[in-house]
Design a protein around this ligand. Structure first.
Ligand SMILES: [Ca+2]
Length: 318
C-alpha cells in the first residue's frame, strides 16, 4: 500500500516532467498533428488527411515528397489543408536539395500564407502573397557580395511583389548564407520558432548532425495573418535540382503560468549565453518543484498509510 501509493505519485511527477521540453525549462510543447507529416505520408486511400499537394509534386512513400525533380520547368507544392491557428509554434522540417548538375536552381520555399496551392513565380508559389515566406535560394540571380545558397525571410503584405531578378533583396526581412546546404552529407533541417509579438527565430542544420546554426532571430517578429496555411513549393527553370521534403514536425508552444516567454535576444554569442542562463534558471526551479512534490508525496503516502493501519486495527477489533 505504502510503496504502491508512493510509486504511483512518483510516476505521476516524472511523467509530468517528461512533457516538459527540457531544453528551455518553462516552455512546453504539444505536437500539432494537423501540421505534422511523416512517411509514408499517404493514407490507405492514397491521399493525406492533413496535407494537399499539386503541380509536379511526386510522393515516394518510403523516402520523400519531391516538389521538383531534377528537370527543367518543374513546379510543385504541398500545403496543409487546415490553417495554423496556434499562437506560438515551432516547425521543424527535414528537407533535401540534391542534383548532379554543375549549375543548379532555383531552391524551395516554406510558406505561412493566406494563399494555398496557387502556382506562381516565387519558388513555385503565387506572387503578392500575404504572410511569411522562407526561401532557400540556391541560385544567385543578381546579388553581388552575397554567398549562395542564401536563406531569407520575406513578409508579404498582399501587394508588394518578390523580385526574382535581385533575389528579393529589397523585400528581405532577415536572412543568412548557408553554403553546403545543397548536396549535404547529413540530413538537412530548418526550425522556425514563433512567439506572437515576442520573437521569430530560424535555425538551420546542414554542417554537423544535431548542431543547430542560428540564421536569424528577432524580438520584433512580423504579424502573421490569423488564417495562414503551412506549405512548401519549389520551381526549376532552365536549371534544376531535386527539392524534397522528408518530414514536417509541428508543435504548439506554450509557457507555464508565472513564467515569461523568451525575452529580447540578439543573434550571436550574447544571445546564446543569455539563453543558456534562462535554461539553467528554468531547470533549477523545476528541480526544486519536483523535490517539493516528492516530499508532499511522501507526506501524503504516510498519512494514507497511517489511516489505513488505524482502519485495519479498528476492523480487527470488531
Ligand atoms: Ca535566386
Amino acid at each position: 500500500m505504502w510503496f504502491s501509493a508512493l510509486s504511483a505519485l512518483w510516476l505521476a511527477a516524472t511523467a509530468w516532467a517528461a512533457v516538459d521540453r527540457g531544453e528551455d525549462g518553462n516552455i512546453r510543447s504539444i505536437a500539432l498533428r494537423t501540421h505534422t507529416l511523416k512517411q509514408p505520408y499517404l493514407d490507405s486511400d492514397m491521399s493525406s488527411r492533413w496535407y494537399d499537394f499539386g503541380g509536379d509534386t511526386v510522393i515516394r512513400t518510403d523516402s520523400y515528397i519531391r516538389l521538383s525533380s531534377d528537370r527543367p520547368s518543374q513546379n510543385g507544392w504541398l500545403f496543409s489543408r487546415v490553417p495554423l491557428t496556434a499562437t506560438n509554434w515551432e516547425i521543424e522540417v527535414e528537407f533535401k536539395i540534391s542534383g548532379k548538375n554543375q549549375l543548379y536552381g532555383d531552391g524551395f520555399a516554406m510558406w505561412l500564407t493566406k494563399e494555398r496551392g496557387q502556382l506562381g513565380p516565387v519558388f513555385g508559389h503565387t506572387n503578392n502573397f500575404e504572410g511569411l515566406g522562407i526561401f532557400v535560394d540556391t541560385y544567385k540571380n543578381n546579388r553581388p557580395g552575397t554567398v549562395f545558397p542564401y536563406v531569407m525571410a520575406m513578409v508579404g503584405d498582399g501587394k508588394t511583389p518578390y523580385n526574382k531578378d535581385n533575389d528579393g533583396k529589397e523585400t528581405e526581412f532577415a536572412g543568412c548564407s548557408a553554403r553546403g546546404i545543397r548536396n549535404a552529407n547529413i540530413p538537412t533541417k530548418l526550425r522556425l520558432t514563433y512567439f506572437q509579438d515576442k520573437s521569430l527565430k530560424l535555425e538551420l542544420q546542414y554542417k554537423t548532425e544535431d548542431e543547430w546554426l542560428l540564421c536569424f532571430e528577432t524580438n520584433e517578429p512580423p504579424t502573421i495573418p490569423s488564417v495562414t496555411y503551412l506549405g512548401f513549393s519549389a520551381e526549376t527553370g532552365e536549371l534544376s535540382d531535386n527539392h524534397d521534403i522528408i518530414s514536417i514536425d509541428a508543435k504548439n508552444l506554450y509557457t507555464t503560468a508565472g513564467s515569461s516567454t523568451p525575452s529580447k535576444k540578439t543573434p550571436g554569442r550574447g544571445g546564446a549565453s543569455k539563453l543558456a542562463k534562462q535554461k539553467e534558471g528554468g531547470s533549477w526551479t523545476w528541480f526544486f518543484f519536483k523535490i517539493i512534490f516528492f516530499i508532499l508525496a511522501i507526506g501524503g503516502g504516510y498519512v494514507g498509510w497511517t489511516a489505513y493501519r488505524t482502519n485495519q486495527k479498528r476492523s480487527h477489533r470488531f
